[in-house]
Ligand binder design. Sequence first.
Ligand code: AMP
Ligand code: MG
Length: 344
Amino acid sequence: MKSKYIDFKNRIEYEKIDEASNAIREGELVLFPTETVYGIGANALDENAVSKIFIAKGRQSDNPLIVHISNSDMLKDLVTDIGNIEKNLMENFWPGPLTIIFNKTKNVPNNVSANLDTVGIRMPSNPIALQLIEKANVPIAAPSANISGKPSGTLIEDIIEELDGKVEYIIDAGMTDIGVESTVVRVIENKVHILRPGKITKEDIEKLGFEVVIERHILDEIKDNEKVMSPGMKYRHYAPNTKCVLVYSEKEENLINKIKELMITQKNCLVICKNENMEKYDTNNKIAMGRTIEEISRNIFTILRKVDSYNVDLVIIEGVEKNELGLAIMNRLIRACEHNYIEC
Ligand code: AMP
Ligand code: MG
């Protein structure tokens, strides 16, 4: 059966959200927009409903879900304690793209947290997401809307084929704003550890006066038996079927020269580059990523979903600066390229 489709691309009719909220309360799945990427949501307090998410996505059961709330009162039932640093982060960045890891209460089903003692929580800023949660009156567990391993969904057209019929409702609000998933942080011994980079950056958090640690696995490869704080980072993710290579240099000239060199050895290739470099590469097979780091962030997943249709032997991707939002983009790209990475 097809999913019921709600079209909010041009106008949001808030009264229509009631139907989808009811579906959440009844233990069904709803695909909905957030400011980062689309999510597949279920009542976070209903273990059976949550198990449907893992089936729909083909997600490994040891990869925990993020719980979305619409007001701070919802936290009370979900977490055992809230530290001062966490409180400060909430005040400064919620609603917004920051997931904070807390110690969980027994109310959070084990499949939500993948049997960890902790749970990741965020309050999204997207008004549709907030209304959906508020009207359902339960927290909503929601991973990114995509089959596990594929790029996260930022545009319904990209994901409808793989998810239609697997959820009760699809709420389409056009392309999501930020384009990469939330920043995930955990406070350990008064330091804020970034487990997954996103729109809220190390620099943003440092401005509040906190010490920030970027986990090593964000750009490095994780060995098979290595323990990581964020289980999701272990998995193959975002990678197209076509082989991809990520090229990075601090000097733009070196970057362009290296890519030109690769284009000579590998004739049947596709280049993904910043708009300003489009002229530099002598090929018709090229895609512009965007003019600014925000545009690149917005476009990156929808571009990764296109590359297989080019039927090339190699996709060459220009790296971006590894700071601020660029770090989040590099984290996704390095994984899309399965750590096939050249720094020059
Ligand atoms: P997704 O919702 O698909 O974007 O993935 C959620 C991300 O949050 C994954 O990388 C998880 O590993 C991470 N995450 C969720 N809950 C926790 C937790 N309790 N501890 C550490 N990482 C978490
Ligand atoms: Mg995901």
